[in-house]
Design a protein around this ligand. Sequence first.
Ligand SMILES: [Zn+2]
Length: 198
Amino acid sequence: MASQEIEALSSTLARLPGLGPRSARRAVLWLVKNREQALPALLDALGAVSETLVECATCGNVDTSNPCGICADHRRDAKSLCVVEDVADVWALDRARLFSGRYHVLGGRLSALDGIGPEDLNITDLLTRVEGGEVDEVVLAMNATLEGQTTAHYIAERLEPFGLRITQLAHGLPVGGELDYLDEGTLAQALRARRPVE
Ligand SMILES: [Zn+2]
């Protein structure tokens, strides 16, 4: 029977994606066994992240600086903008450097069911960025779900007056597929074969 403190650590870790109660207990046990090295390092890392995490005012990514590392990177192609639903999608696409442009995070998807309309998404900022005139291609990288596709169509309509090249990820993404769960090969293929929005 573990103490209240150890139980609390276990149940906190068990809420992390990919960990269940069993893995969380194993992680805690490992931390307890390796407490002299592992605990201070973990505390430092958590503390540093929790003090510095900030949302990028330009793209909506979450990073330890504002503008985020991607927006601040001048080697990136400012002409190309990839619109995604969530921060997780930026990370998924950027893990393997699949896309050399910049990103824009909507912060969700249109959903009549959940009462999420255009005003709940980061669309005004997207239009402002595009209005600046620097962007000439927008890649709509929504999830291959019904809501993701509805969102892509809505955004394409809003962007139409700007006369940009508007593309979306190729079909071949599994239906219902969330970008974050796709392997890099599938993502790369969907990005390479991107096509104009009809
Ligand atoms: Zn950014």
